[in-house]
Design a protein around this ligand. Structure first.
Ligand code: PBG
Length: 325
């Protein structure tokens, strides 16, 4: 056969493949999501094998191990006691609450660690929604006021990045103004820009016992069918002062990650959510998939699609693989 071009030449050896590799994962790409609870002891999470609801003490130890693997950042999700959940979700801006205490403990132990916090009401709301609920309706502007108090409370505790995951309209601009007004102009906002109403969040809601008591989240999270709408949310988040923009979930929305990457100069984050993690864990746990190969390939795909930052429950495990390779 006469051929000038033989693409296989560039795949000839590990050395050549390494030279021409277009996308390379690094532990510095990862953010490790961590669950915490207010109590003694660390509880394995049934709906998410390998994940744990950490006590404050356990959390500090786990973050130490993540840092040791080269992971620069964590994001915290609290399991709030049922007795503290209210219609107004007031616990979310309690300065002595679980998240502020955890942030202070982590920043004291690891000043260089990037601590990210989730801004949304669902862990604190007796309705289990990200916003305030009245007569079955999710209130927008009233919710944004509470989110601003929550974000300022997290900043006061020392959070480096606040990440609103609630999908209320206008919350990025309002939170920016509230942070600046309180003297926290150096705190970043990583906005969940395109967060879809996804079935892939199921195991997470099990982990925090935070599923909506009634209704669903479709009046605020985006319709999985929509691509252009992500551009509209992106434009607003940019105008309102977001520092990073996120797409969530990741695996089923790689086209949206690519669209957002091409439409913005801001760093793009993507969240490989609980259901994506669980699918890989359970199929490989049953012996049907090679866990390590599929884990790395799923993360590489997210980075190749255009993500600069990846939130993943695999962060430590993937960092261990990268260290070995
Ligand atoms: C809620 C929130 C959710 C996740 C992160 N923040 C769940 C939801 O919107 O119902 C999901 C993360 C995951 O599934 O891993 N504010």
């Amino acid at each position: 056969m006469e051929m000038r071009e033989r693409p296989r030449r560039n795949r000839k050896s590990a050395g050549i493949r390494g030279m021409v590799r277009e996308t390379v994962l690094s532990p510095s790409d990862f953010v490790l999501p961590l669950f915490l609870h207010d109590g003694e002891g660390d509880e394995p999470i049934e709906s998410m094998p390998g994940c744990v609801r950490w006590s404050l003490e356990g959390l500090v130890g786990e973050v130490g191990r993540a840092i040791e693997l080269g992971i620069p950042a964590v994001i915290l999700f609290p399991a709030i006691e049922e007795s503290l959940k209210t219609v107004g979700a007031e616990e979310c801006y309690n300065g002595d609450g679980l998240v502020p205490r955890a942030v202070r403990a982590l920043k004291q132990e690891y000043p260089e660690l990037v601590v990210m916090t989730d801004v949304a009401l669902d862990p604190y709301s007796s309705d289990g929604h990200d916003g305030l609920v009245r007569d079955g309706e999710i209130l927008n502007d009233e919710t944004v006021e509470v989110l601003c108090r929550q974000a300022v409370c997290q900043a006061e505790a020392g959070a480096d990045v606040v990440a609103p995951s609630d999908m209320m309209d206008g919350r990025v601009g309002a939170i920016r103004e509230a942070l600046d007004g309180a003297g926290f102009e150096k705190v970043l906002i990583c906005s969940y820009t395109a967060k879809y109403a996804s079935g892939f969040y199921g195991p997470f809601r099990g982990a925090l016992d935070s599923a909506p008591k009634a209704g669903d989240k479709k009046s605020y999270q985006m319709d999985p069918a929509n691509r252009r709408e992500a551009m509209r949310e992106l434009r607003l988040d940019e105008e309102e002062g977001a520092d990073m923009v996120m797409v969530k979930p990741a695996g089923a929305y790689l086209d949206v990650i690519r669209d957002v990457r091409e439409a913005t100069d801001l760093p793009v984050a993507a969240y490989q959510v609980s259901g994506e993690y669980l699918m890989i864990k359970s199929a490989s746990g049953a012996g049907w998939l090679d866990e390590e190969a599929v884990m790395m390939e799923s993360l590489l795909g997210i980075k190749r699609a255009g993500a600069d930052v990846i939130l993943t429950y695999f962060a430590k495990q993937a960092a261990e693989v990268l260290r070995r390779s």
